[in-house]
Design a protein around this ligand. Structure first.
Ligand code: HEC
Length: 149
């Protein structure tokens, strides 16, 4: 294992520890914690896509790996019966629309896997990959996440 891979493995371990902590609580607070971890990586990923931060392929891959693990742990945390309570912003349409919500989670994971596999070496190759990921967040939130009160 080279240093890069070791560092990535270490950061994934930390992300998993964080989501395992969340899993000890209810599905609602656990999925909110997992989603927060997903969102936390947007600072790095979005800042680079916008050219605000110098492109760093190592930082991108690390952030993508953490985001993918956090998104994968959020996916099963929307069981029926968790429509209400604990100030959830999950809309009831998630459970009314059949499998569309889960399909969208799958698409997010697929776009993350694709970006990781592509190992984008520069900003030009990274931008469209990031665009697909960000579009996935936006599309699902518009349909299935209530505004903050
Ligand atoms: C398939 C649907 C879906 C996708 C895709 C998705 N989200 Fe979410 N997200 C939700 C739902 C639903 C909630 C509200 C969960 C709740 O309150 O129970 C949420 C909540 C959040 C939150 C608030 C967490 C908190 O503190 O309560 C953040 C931040 C977030 N998402 C970021 C992201 C980012 C960034 C992406 C894309 C990389 C993304 N999400 C992709 C459905 C999705």
């Amino acid at each position: 294992m080279n240093i890069k891979k070791t560092l990535i493995a270490a950061s994934i371990g930390l992300a998993l520890a964080a989501t395992a902590y969340g899993a000890a609580h209810s599905p609602i607070s656990a999925r909110q914690a997992a989603m927060k971890a997903v969102g936390g990586q947007m600072r790095t990923l979005g800042g680079m896509a916008q050219g605000k931060v110098a492109y760093d392929d190592f930082a991108v891959i690390s952030a993508l790996e953490i985001m993918r693990d956090a998104a994968a742990s959020a996916r099963p945390l929307f069981p029926a019966g968790t429509e209400m309570g604990e100030e959830t912003r999950a809309k009831p349409e998630i459970w009314a629309d059949g499998s569309d919500f889960d399909t969208r989670m799958g698409q997010l994971l697929a776009s993350l896997d694709a970006a990781i596999a592509a190992e984008p070496a520069d900003l030009a190759s990274y931008r469209p990959l990031f665009g697909a990921i960000a579009g996935s967040c936006k599309g699902c939130h518009e349909k299935y996440r209530a505004p903050e009160n």
